[in-house]
Design a protein around this ligand. Structure first.
Ligand SMILES: NC(=O)c1ccc[n+]([C@@H]2O[C@H](COP(=O)([O-])OP(=O)(O)OC[C@H]3O[C@@H](n4cnc5c(N)ncnc54)[C@H](OP(=O)(O)O)[C@@H]3O)[C@@H](O)[C@H]2O)c1
Length: 256
């Protein structure tokens, strides 16, 4: 009898119900394809900076996994509007964590973090490497990780990706590096690791360390090179390449 009960229980558990924040962003757009039945509230429907809105939304909707991809993501706006970056990336994450704790349900919290939590001086950072952010965006993402650490069941995914589309600038850095993937490859990685029931920190990374210029060239053959000497602005993480001791590496998908 117990065995039958367990089988039924497990098959119910496998029908994953997912809430995705940031569903209209680069990664969120791809996550929605992988999790087509997920709840994907817009920024207006679920403003993570509004504590009451977050508590009400989480109380009134049923799901067993949350993929938290909403954030203020660009380095310059985060530096120029630190209060907004803090409210979105730190307080917004805290609001979601508090609401999940308040719900008193077994919910798995998947937080999308970044390779930029590391200093970028050496590259190939592993899950247990020591973070040291170079800019305010990266600092807020790191503090967000510690908010998520308060939960009993969490998965912090550090990664580095771009949308598979024309490079949005005329030039790209030849001296900034990463183990880049396209957003759709990262979504697939997120699906894989959540199926494996991994918890804690996991890096979802590409199998090759390449420059941003090489990455841009995949979708935009006419892209022109630039170096850090051509740039003015907030400090950048120069080598964002990640290694992993906990998961497999992915091949970046064909740009066509
Ligand atoms: N892109 C990268 O290179 C990269 C690398 C590593 C990790 N990450 C992390 O991956 C996640 C997704 O990045 P992405 O590039 O897909 O981001 P993105 O394209 O900039 O999208 C961010 C999303 O967050 C939403 N958002 C912003 N403020 C919000 C708020 N107060 N309440 C609710 N939603 C809000 C935005 O909605 P609106 O557009 O409607 O405002 C948008 O849908 C982020 O957590 C980012 O830190 C990104």
């Amino acid at each position: 009898m117990g065995k039958v009960y367990n089988t039924v229980y497990l098959s119910i558990r496998r029908k994953l119900s997912v809430l995705i924040t940031g569903g209209n962003g680069s990664l969120g757009t791809e996550l929605k394809k992988i999790f087509p039945s997920a709840l994907t509230p817009s920024h207006q429907e679920l403003d993570i900076t509004n504590k009451k809105n977050v508590i009400d939304y989480i109380r009134n909707h049923d799901f067993d996994t949350i993929i938290h991809a909403a954030a203020l993501t660009h380095i310059r706006p985060c530096e120029e509007n630190r209060p907004l970056a803090w409210n979105t990336n730190v307080e917004g994450t805290k609001n979601l964590v508090d609401a999940v704790l308040d719900k008193k349900k077994d919910i798995k919290f998947i937080y999308i973090s970044t390779a930029c939590v590391f200093d970028g001086h050496t590259g190939m950072y592993k899950e247990n490497s020591i973070p040291y952010p170079e800019n305010f965006y990266a600092l807020t993402k790191l503090i967000g990780e510690y908010e998520v650490n308060r939960l009993p069941e969490y998965l912090i995914i550090r990664t580095n990706f771009v949308a598979k589309k024309k490079w949005p600038y005329p030039r790209a850095f030849v001296d900034r590096f990463g183990t880049y993937l396209f957003a759709q490859d990262v979504s697939k990685g997120i699906m894989d690791v959540q199926k494996e029931n991994l918890y804690g920190y996991v890096h979802i990374v590409g199998d090759k360390r390449i420059s941003m210029f090489e990455l841009a060239k995949l979708t935009t053959p006419e892209i022109q090179p630039m170096t850090i000497n051509d740039y003015t602005g907030p400090r950048l993480t120069m080598d964002m390449s990640l290694d992993t001791e906990r998961w497999k590496k992915y091949r970046i998908s064909d740009p066509q």
